[in-house]
Design a protein around this ligand. Structure first.
Ligand code: PMP
Length: 395
């Protein structure tokens, strides 16, 4: 496994790289790099608009990614976006503007990433929409009583499947069925869950699901919005331009009826080809056993950190992700991360684009170690050893 990721051979400050920043972005296997190189080397052309061989190859490569996503996540419609952020903004503009009116309520949670808060705040201001935030409780769960109460008259519920700060997996089955029973649509932010589990979009029952390729061994700059057929028909084009139209005259335009309607302009061709290679590569992974293995590492690491006097912000229940957020009682997080980097460890610090959650937890940031398929227990052990040495010397 590790040999397939060329970057893992790198030395950082003279030490073997231990990459524990996977919730921010994952590394790319050679097959993904090769697929993108091959496209630029041998097949580079624009899609859809020409009959020549290269254009055909580029089009097939781009559309193959959509087909793989449709199969893998069981979705009728897959709109290719630049990532989770653009996918959520697309829902706000393409669905929100056409289906919400002044006074309507949108339910969010305090656990959302900024990308699932700011677009709604912008829309709320523009359209005079009410935003209702579901609080996060001391035990890091959502307050489901307040959630249920907030559904009264709500048109849309936006919820993160797995928190990028806490690794907590929210009870999305319950959230979706309660929302549906009150007639509200559901947007699932699957940026942190799609990389770790097969999600059957149709069975899950959400209306929208957003995620990014770069968090699942694919390239940056590409992601997807899954949409049900019913909700797809309620969406109005957001960006206008080439590829999304059927006809254009000086009197007006008509639009494509399929996903292209929401993919104006030259799309992310190399990225789609790279992502498709990543999706194929992931088919070899046993998601369930990998989840178990990584969660065990996260549980072990959390215990070690607690015994070193750290506060760990996470619970690591069976469905939670292998994300370990922690704080030292006195030592500055950035200093700690710099000292770890000097020894080859890549961890993230800061607010992780989830300031409302951190406000609720009464902290301004955490140090976060997040694990993916290529991480090992030995790396976690080395992390603990180096961290102990750092604390002995500097804390
Ligand atoms: N939601 C969650 C839960 C995330 O972790 C992230 C990325 N940190 C995003 C949304 C935004 O993803 P992107 O930056 O790829 O658009």
């Amino acid at each position: 496994m590790r040999e397939q990721f060329p970057i893992l051979q790198r030395k950082i400050n003279g030490h073997d790289l231990v990459y524990l920043d996977n919730a921010a972005t994952t590394q790319k296997p050679q097959v993904v790099i090769d697929a993108m190189n091959d496209y630029y080397t041998n097949s580079n052309a624009n899609v859809h608009r020409a009959v020549h061989t290269l254009a055909g190859e580029a089009t097939d490569g781009y559309e193959a990614c959509r087909e793989s996503l449709k199969k893998m996540y069981n979705s009728d419609k897959v709109i290719i976006t630049s990532g989770t952020t653009e996918a959520i903004n697309l829902v706000a503009h393409a669905w929100g503007k056409a289906n919400l009116s002044a006074g309507d309520a949108v339910v969010l949670t305090e656990m959302e990433h900024h990308s699932d808060i700011v677009p709604w705040q912008m829309l709320a201001k523009e359209m005079n929409i009410e935003l209702r935030y579901v609080p996060v409780q001391q035990d890091l769960t959502l307050d489901m009583e307040i959630f249920e109460a907030s559904l009264d008259g709500a048109k849309l519920v936006c919820v993160v499947h797995i928190s990028n700060v806490l690794g907590v997996c929210n009870p999305v089955d319950e959230i979706i069925s309660l929302s549906k029973s009150k007639g509200a649509k559901v947007l699932l932010d699957a940026a942190q869950s799609a990389p770790h589990q097969y999600i059957d979009f149709k069975s899950l029952g959400a209306d929208f699901m957003a995620f990014s390729a770069h968090k699942m061994c694919g390239p940056t700059g590409i992601g997807a919005l899954l949409v049900t057929n019913d909700v797809f028909d309620e969406m109005q084009p957001f960006m206008g331009g080439g590829d999304m139209i059927e006809t254009v005259s000086i009197h007006g335009s008509t639009f494509q009826s399929n996903e292209h309607k929401f993919e104006a302009g030259t799309p992310k061709i190399a990225e789609a080809i790279g992502w498709n290679a990543a999706l194929k590569w992931m088919q070899e992974i046993d998601f369930k056993s990998e989840h178990k293995r990584l969660l065990e590492i996260a549980r072990w690491l959390s215990e070690q950190l607690r015994s070193m006097g750290m506060t760990v912000y996470g619970r690591h229940d069976d469905n939670d992700a292998a994300v370990v957020s922690f704080l030292h009682p006195t030592m500055n997080s950035e200093d700690l991360a710099h000292l770890l980097d000097a020894r080859g460890f890549a961890v993230r610090t800061g607010h992780h684009c989830a300031q409302p959650l951190l406000e609720r937890l009464k902290i301004s940031g955490t140090v976060r170690a997040s694990f993916y398929f290529y991480n090992t227990r030995e790396e976690a052990e080395a992390f603990v050893k180096q961290l102990s040495e750092i604390l002995e010397r500097f804390a």
